[in-house]
Design a protein around this ligand. Structure first.
Ligand code: ADP
Ligand code: MG
Length: 228
């Protein structure tokens, strides 16, 4: 589903984002990218989203070689990817319902389908009662659940999240992780960058550790680090 082969990203100023990364992620996996600040987690996420292109190597996502696709094919690639960020990135002048519906309007989904799918996904994330609220009327956890609803409303096979719990208190972060686990169990592949040790230890999923842009550890099921 996702294959990186000898991928490096050197920024124009010479900073090494990631170096010689080879990694395969199967359909249905739940994978954490962990590591300290500056280890290359966000660079990996941006490469997967094609916000950045590798300076070397190839990235294949759902049979598309992302560094070779045309502009026209980028939208096709993006339809395979739902995205959630630390800072939610909701549209402030749209309600919860409208924020989620907008993601469907962008891909020109029929309005009948929008009217059916948006309430369904809002129920899934526990926000049915907040459909008419604006982002500034929501708690951080509710804003992130809205962002999560928006990310999955078009049913992408892959969900990518960069520090999605970074702005949330531990309990709210736990709620978001439960939702991500549910979404994964429904078949969505999840790739999540985080430095939240407690969360990674609790989830017991695949953990890929980055250090100075290199993969130093990749375990099928485990916690943040090697101690017990
Ligand atoms: P993380 O998300 O793990 O904190 P990043 O992927 O953001 O790490 O950063 C990895 C390395 O790449 C760091 O050394 C960082 O300084 C560098 N880097 C990240 N973004 C840029 C950028 N836009 N320009 C130059 N260097 C960058
Ligand atoms: Mg980061």
């Amino acid at each position: 589903m996702i294959t990186l082969s000898n991928v490096s990203k050197i920024y124009p100023n010479g900073s090494e984002g990631v170096k010689d990364i080879s990694l395969h992620i199967d359909k249905g996996e739940f994978v954490f990218f962990v590591g300290s600040s500056g280890s290359g987690k966000s660079t990996m996420i941006k490469l997967l989203l094609k916000e950045l292109d590798p300076t070397e190597g190839t990235i294949v996502i759902n049979n598309m070689i992302t560094n070779e696709i045309s502009r026209g094919q980028i939208s096709k690639l993006r339809r395979n990817l739902g995205v959630v960020f630390q800072d939610f990135r909701l549209l402030p002048n749209k309600t919860v319902y409208e924020n989620v519906a907008f993601a469907m309007q962008v891909i020109e989904a029929p309005s009948k389908q929008i009217r059916r799918n948006v309430p369904a996904v809002l129920s899934l994330v526990g926000l049915a009662k907040k459909a008419r609220s604006y982002p500034n009327q929501l708690s951080g956890g509710e804003q992130q659940r809205t962002a999560l609803a928006r990310a999955i409303v078009n049913n992408p096979p892959i969900l990518i999240a960069d520090e999605p719990t970074g702005n949330l208190d531990p309990e709210t972060a736990g709620d978001i992780m439960h939702l991500l686990d549910d979404i994964n169990k429904r078949g969505t592949t999840i790739v999540m960058a985080t430095h939240a040790k407690d969360i990674v230890d609790a989830m017991q999923k695949r953990v890929v550790t980055l250090q100075d842009g290199h993969i130093t550890r990749d375990i099928k099921k485990g916690g943040y680090s090697d101690e017990a």
